[in-house]
Write a protein that binds this ligand. Structure first.
Ligand code: AHR
Length: 353
């Protein structure tokens, strides 16, 4: 008998809680803008709210973000993925992450899968700039908002995505160019420069290259003698640098690598060739990874321009604000600095990636 009473009381308690939730949801149906914001904030908090479904109490559906990551080619990329996963966890957002392994086709497949899964937001780190218009139109038709992160897409219709969150790659290239200009201001010319470019057609490769060239062309002594793609990887950086040294060792006095991984690969090639990286060849790269800082402290890299991969908190905040009905800026650009062999040791222990 007592058991039966206990069972009944348990059911009653569930019904009362469910009734209260239904009343809350109904009341918030005739809400002001402010109440609307509060409800969205609740749904996206770490503690999922409860909803009434018949007599059952089930957790409310949290925000679901489908994220198409372009690959895992570098330390920067792996830090970027971790940052997005951790920020999603911290904000109670459910993340569906797909790694496209450098294939735009795979990114399209992932995006179509996110549409089928009816995610709330699609985030894309696009491997290259061109070719996105048709797939973004498909997504727009079903009404899922898109945020572009890290690299850019080139589209004729800017309404195909809500916002871009990432770096100013052109400015990164300019900072690298200015460093080379200053460092070699009084050096006798001609000064041969080799450039290791990232992935062909990707924003960081296009824009860093342009920024760098726009600056160094002011000094006619600075001449880019070779410019080759090495896909942002250590292996390719090493291989391409070996080939460049075979062809041009006498002329090369500067290496501009579009990322740290390629610079690290190139350093090994330079050492194997019997030259001193950072002394015989001035080296400038981009990203600011811990490994690059260690090489800078050792005097093997002269300068590193920071590119911030820790975009997770920016992305999750943008997702929440957008779903709360706020208007996002079209470009959200992260602040970045340049470091040199002189200042590197002060910063080494602060590097997060
Ligand atoms: O798009 C950012 C670039 O991609 C980073 O510089 C590089 O390391 C990464 O692979």
């Amino acid at each position: 008998m007592l058991e039966k009473v206990g069972e009944f009381m348990g059911k009653l308690a569930k019904l009362v809680t469910a009734g209260a939730m239904v009343l809350f949801i109904m009341l918030s149906g005739c809400e002001t803008g402010q109440e609307n914001t509060e409800r969205s904030a609740m749904i996206s908090s770490n503690e999922p709210t409860l909803q009434a479904a018949g007599n059952e109490i089930v957790p409310a559906r949290s925000i679901v973000v489908g994220f198409s990551q372009l690959g895992s080619e570098s330390d920067w990329r792996r830090a970027n993925t971790r940052s997005i996963q951790e920020a999603a966890k911290e904000t109670g957002i459910q993340l569906i992450l797909e790694n496209a392994e450098q294939s735009q086709e795979k990114q399209f497949e992932a995006i179509r899968a996110f549409v089928k899964q009816k995610v709330d937001v699609i985030a894309i780190a696009p491997v290259v700039e061109k070719g996105w218009e048709p797939i973004l139109r498909e997504v727009k038709q079903v009404g899922i908002p898109v945020i572009i992160t890290d690299r850019l897409v080139e589209v004729s219709d800017p309404s195909l995505y809500v916002s871009y969150i990432g770096s100013d790659f052109y400015e990164e290239g300019r900072m690298a160019g200015k460093y080379v200009m200053d460092k070699l201001l009084h050096a006798e010319g001609p000064i041969g420069i080799v450039e290791l470019k990232g992935t062909e057609g990707s924003t960081p490769s296009l824009s860093r290259g342009k920024g760098f060239h726009d600056v160094i062309k002011q000094n006619p002594n600075l001449q880019v003698v070779e410019s080759e793609y090495a896909n942002f990887t250590v292996e390719q950086g090493n291989k391409v640098m070996r080939e460049l040294l075979e062809r041009r060792s006498k002329e090369i006095r500067v290496l501009f690598a579009h990322n740290d991984d390629m610079a690290l690969g190139a350093i090994e090639a330079i050492e194997a060739y019997g030259l001193k990286p950072g002394k015989d060849i001035v080296i400038v790269s981009v990203d600011g990874t811990r490994k690059a800082f260690e090489r800078m402290v050792a005097g093997n890299i002269n300068s590193v321009v920071e590119c911030n991969p820790l975009l997770g908190p920016y992305l999750m905040q943008a997702v929440k604000e957008m779903l709360d009905g706020r208007t996002l800026p079209k470009r959200i650009v992260t602040p970045e600095r340049i470091f040199t062999e002189v200042t590197a040791h002060n910063e080494l222990n602060n590097r997060m990636y």
